[in-house]
Design a protein. Structure first.
Length: 453
């Protein structure tokens, strides 16, 4: 019997992310313009900051910078979410983090499907931020029942992709030919459809409840609503967007500009108004798809996140209603309380770092010292910040609200339910902070062992 040669999940993910990027660029031409803008700004930034170039090269992040994307989708039922978990497993992507967006007035809760080990992240850190509609938060019982009935009639997956997922699960991988089929079939779940599955009156009723609900319920599938490249200077991208015909959202979400970036900053161009044919042949428009950009910094420890959350809340209150320049000025003042150097963040236990042998350390013999600070001082160990691979619920909600036109609704607030989300998912989500802590611990242990060997 001839043994199949199976494609690695990293290669499946790489093929799929590139195919999705090509599909989205064909659907949303402005996305291609955004990619060109980001590439230009990134190259200029690297040319102007040789130390940043060196650091990214040392972290193995230069190669992934040009392919790095994250997408976002929203689904309506537990069955859809559970099957997505199985689909993403074919690509080596697993649910990381629980995000309660109801706290920011959006009736969904979410996770991020992404690779979790260093090698996989280095190959292609493709992520899909995946939200599940909270039907129980729809107060209007008639509308809620109508929504459930609509969702019950659709299947967002092709029969062939279901077959290939089962094939992957039974044989532990896919062949090269099967991988090509899988990518083609899986893309259909994320494709845009100009025909709605409901009539115009139903669409308006759902929009009146919340525009995101209409976006989830009224179409054949959870069209990808943005695909986000990573920039090294989000302020410059925001500044240049109007020059290339894009209308940027009012403010950049997340922390302010810093010498040592932390967590995640995001902005976007406003959602497109697109023509839709509704059931009964009525014509209308829908806005959902937009172009987002992100800038990633170091992952923060629980202590660092607590300080960040406190400062972010203070800054948002002070900066409410201000334009971006004034907003950033306020946030800069507030975040002066957060140390802005790798050394200070590491010594105060605010961020996670990767430890590795310096050139001198690689030639050292029989070192018995286990004090990492002393070994750093001796020049045997160097450290680099661990990049934050995840998301921020307040920033995500800010992007959603900006592009769906929905105001914050207090009716949804304070209703986190991780247990129900994991029940719908069919698995537990991985705690993102535990992943960063383990990566730091393992890197320390490895360098100590190497020096002692």
């Amino acid at each position: 019997m001839i043994q199949k040669t199976l494609v690695s999940t990293d290669d499946v993910r790489d093929r799929f992310s590139k195919a999705m990027s090509a599909m989205y660029q064909a659907e949303v031409p402005q996305y291609g313009t955004l990619l060109e803008l980001v590439e230009c700004v990134n190259q200029e930034t690297l040319n102007q900051q040789p130390e940043l170039y060196r650091r990214l090269e040392a972290q193995g992040e230069l190669a992934r910078l040009s392919v790095e994307r994250h997408g976002a989708i929203r689904v309506g039922t537990a069955a859809e979410l559970s099957m997505l978990r199985r689909l993403f497993a074919v690509m080596g992507m697993y649910p990381v983090g629980y995000y309660d967006l109801s706290e920011a007035g959006v009736p969904v809760h979410s996770t991020a499907f992404r690779p979790i080990n260093d090698d996989a992240l280095s190959k292609n850190p493709f992520r899909i931020f995946t939200s599940l509609l909270r039907l129980e938060l729809i107060a209007n019982e008639v509308l809620r029942q109508r929504t459930e009935a609509i969702l019950a009639t659709r299947d967002i997956f092709t029969s062939k992709v279901r077959e290939l997922i089962e094939c992957y699960e039974s044989q532990g991988g896919l062949s090269n030919e099967e991988t090509d089929q899988f990518v083609k079939e899986a893309l259909e779940t994320f494709r845009w459809h100009q025909n709605a599955t409901v009539d115009l009156d139903t669409y308006h009723a759902l929009c009146d409840e919340h525009r995101l609900i209409a976006d989830v319920v009224c179409f054949r599938g959870p069209h990808i609503n943005h695909l986000t490249p990573r920039t090294l200077d989000i302020d410059e991208v925001q500044r240049r967007m109007p020059d290339v015909g894009m209308n940027p959202k009012a403010v950049i979400e997340g922390p302010p500009r810093r010498e040592r970036p932390i967590l995640l900053r995001q902005t976007s161009f406003k959602a497109l108004e697109e023509s839709i044919r509704f059931a009964g042949e009525a014509q209308g428009t829908h806005t959902a798809r937009f172009g987002e950009v992100e800038q990633r910094g170091v992952a923060l420890t629980p202590k660092g996140r607590a300080l960040y959350d406190q400062l972010l809340n203070d800054g948002r209150k002070q900066a409410a209603g201000l334009d971006n320049d004034a907003h950033q000025a306020v946030m800069n003042g507030v975040f002066a309380a957060f140390p802005d150097s790798d050394q200070a963040m590491r010594r105060e236990g605010l961020a996670y770092f990767h430890y590795y042998l310096s050139a001198t350390g690689q030639t050292a013999k029989d070192c018995t010292d286990e004090d990492t600070e002393a070994l750093i001082a001796q020049g045997l160990i160097e450290v680099q910040p661990i990049t934050y691979e995840d998301f921020l619920p307040v920033s995500a909600a800010g992007i959603f609200q900006s592009n769906l036109g929905g105001a914050q609704s207090e009716a949804y607030a304070g209703s986190a339910n991780r247990n129900s989300f994991e029940e719908a998912l069919g698995a537990q989500v991985t705690d993102e902070l535990s992943l960063y802590a383990e990566r730091e611990r393992a890197s320390k242990a490895k360098v100590i062992a190497s020096l002692q060997g």
